[in-house]
Design a protein around this ligand. Structure first.
Ligand SMILES: NC(=O)c1ccc[n+]([C@@H]2O[C@H](COP(=O)([O-])OP(=O)(O)OC[C@H]3O[C@@H](n4cnc5c(N)ncnc54)[C@H](OP(=O)(O)O)[C@@H]3O)[C@@H](O)[C@H]2O)c1
Length: 286
């Protein structure tokens, strides 16, 4: 039985990943800072990157579905040997690199440094690393984008967008990401490479939001506002703490196409993500 060490196993990507590893006959050791329930094939260790518990010296694979910068630091520090590393990063590495928001540029920089560090460490140890960069993630009702939109729309019955919010998006389902990580493990073509993992459909931002609103019960209404009116509504929402994390850079990006090519991932490990068909159950937990 092969052994895997999983970081971020309690997360929205990590959970379906662990399910798949177990179904594939792996013995999984996973870390969490919160209590989790394990069994004979899934051992949860209590801790995180700031307080690492003692770990076995070797695994057949290490997978990170948690914060990449923390993982890269831990991996560079050594201590656990493995022939195979698969780590999630983000396409924010590209999309936020030139952002007007310093915090977003900082995130892009940390993602780039994290990727570089993982590849450098792996090369120095003769281990094989693969980096996976999802686009906009959805599927477990815990993401910070579509699930937040759904939660707000359910409370108010409407969701406002600025006119022209038609930049292209490729929302990707967490289960397709979990499949991708699993498929990579046994795909030698992926060694030393990074892959964008977009969803299986490319659609305008407005249409993406409209599909989320349409699947709510009752459905919520999309309202497109002229730029000055939207700015006023946003100012009010920020004043009342309802849109504190929606920065101007994020609003600008609604008009920008953020499109990535799935062909390298399809070629190297059979990546075949589903089209964007959100179901009400996804957002039921908000
Ligand atoms: N969400 C998105 O839209 C999106 C988009 C692109 C890329 N990604 C990337 O995909 C990966 C997984 O994202 P996700 O949305 O599945 O994450 P998530 O649901 O927010 O879960 C985060 C996971 O990381 C773990 N974690 C956080 N801080 C940690 C620390 N200091 N030490 C140890 N573990 C820590 C958490 O473990 P515990 O809390 O149990 O300790 C949890 O399992 C991340 O690399 C993220 O950057 C996400």
């Amino acid at each position: 039985m092969r052994s895997a060490l999983v970081f971020g196993g309690s997360g929205q990507i990590g959970q379906p990943l662990i399910q798949r590893l177990r179904a594939g006959g792996w013995h999984v050791t996973a870390l969490s800072r919160s209590p989790q329930r394990g069994d004979a094939r899934l051992r949860w260790l209590s801790g995180g990157f700031e307080a690492m518990p003692p770990l076995p010296a070797q695994f057949d694979a290490i997978i990170s579905a948690g914060p990449l910068d923390h993982f890269a630091g831990w991996y560079a520090g050594g201590g656990v040997a493995t022939p195979r590393v698969v780590a999630f990063g983000s396409t924010s590495l590209d999309t936020k690199r030139g952002s007007g928001d310093p915090a977003e540029r900082g995130l892009a920089g940390r993602l780039k440094q994290g990727e570089d560090s993982v590849f450098t460490t792996a090369a120095s140890r003769g281990e094989a690393a693969t980096l996976l960069r999802p686009t906009l993630v959805y599927g477990r009702g815990r993401d910070a984008s579509l699930s937040r939109i759904a939660a707000l729309a359910r409370r108010t019955g409407v969701f406002p967008l600025p006119r022209g919010a038609r930049g292209l998006r490729q929302p990707v389902h967490v289960e397709d990401l979990a499949d991708a990580a699993l498929a990579c493990l046994d795909a030698p073509a992926t060694h030393g490479r990074a892959y964008a993992l977009p969803g299986g459909e490319t659609l305008p931002y407005r249409e993406m939001v409209a599909r989320v609103l349409a699947c709510l019960q009752p459905p919520a209404r999309l309202v497109e506002l002229p730029a000055p009116l939207f700015a006023a509504a946003l100012w009010l929402a920020r004043r009342t703490g309802r849109a504190s994390e929606l920065g101007d850079a994020a609003i600008d990006r609604m008009r920008q196409d953020l499109v990535f090519d799935a062909a390298p991932a399809a070629r190297d490990f059979g990546y075949a993500p589903r089209p964007f068909r959100p179901q009400r159950a996804i957002f039921a937990r908000d």
